[in-house]
Design a protein around this ligand. Sequence first.
Ligand code: 1GP
Length: 262
Amino acid sequence: MPNFVISQAMHSIRSYIEDARSRHQKLFAVLVDPDDVDESSLDRIARQALDNGVDLFLVGGSLVTGTKLPDTIARLKTTTNLPVVIFPGSVQQVDPQADALLFLSLISGRNPDLLIGNQVLAAPYVKRSGIEAIATGYMLVDGGAPTTVSYISNTLPIPADKNDIAVCTALAGEMLGMHTIYMDAGSGARQAIPASMIRAVSTQVDLPVIVGGGIRTPDQAYLSAEAGATVIVVGNAIEEDSNLISELSFAVHSASGQGVKR
Ligand code: 1GP
C-alpha cells in the first residue's frame, strides 16, 4: 500500500490533510511519545510504518519529561520520508526539524492557560522556528477513566454520550477559525470515542477531523474513519506491539466515509 505523497503543489501539511478529506481518503498517523521509545523500537516503528502505508507521524505527549523530542524527530526524518507533525503537550515542544505543529487550543476545557495562555508563550518560538502551525481545536472526550491529559490539563472531558456538546464545541472551533478539530479520548483511554460522536461532529463541521485515544484494534480504527474522521491516530497500542501497524493501516485505508454528509 503506497504512502500518500505530498505533491510539489501541496506544500503544507494542512493542505495535505484537507486534500485527503476532500477526496474521501483516510490518513493513518502513528503517535510517538519520545519518552516511551528507545532507538531500536523507534527504528522498528519507522520501518513498519514505511512498509505499511502509514501517512504521517505525530510526535509529542502531554507529559514529555525527557529531552528526546529533537532526536526522535531527526531519526524519523532520516529513516522515513513521512511527514512529522509535533503534537505538543507543552510550550517546550517546538522543534524546527518537524514539518508542522498542531497549534492546539483545548476548546473542550475552561482552563485559560490551555485556551490561549500557553499559545501566547509559544507563538514567538513557533514563528522563529518557521514551522507550519495548524490551528487545532482540541477536544477531550471522556474515555472511561482519567488520563494523563485530563489530569495535567485540569479540565473535564466532554461526556462520551453528549454528542450535542461535542458538536457545539467543534462548531465554535470552526467559527473561531480553527483549521482542524482533534477529538481525543486521551492516550491509553479505556474506551475510544464512540462512532456516533465522530459522525455527529464530522457531519456538522466543514473541517478535517482527527480522532485518537484508546484505539487498539483494526475494527475501532475502521469505524472511526468510516464515521467521518480524516486522520486516525494510534500511539499506545503500537508502542506495545508495532506489528499492529499493518492491520491498523489497512483498516483505516479501507474506510471511505462516503456515507457521511460533507
Ligand atoms: C493520544 O490520540 C492519542 O493523545 C493517541 O492515543 O496512545 O491511546 O493511541 P493512544
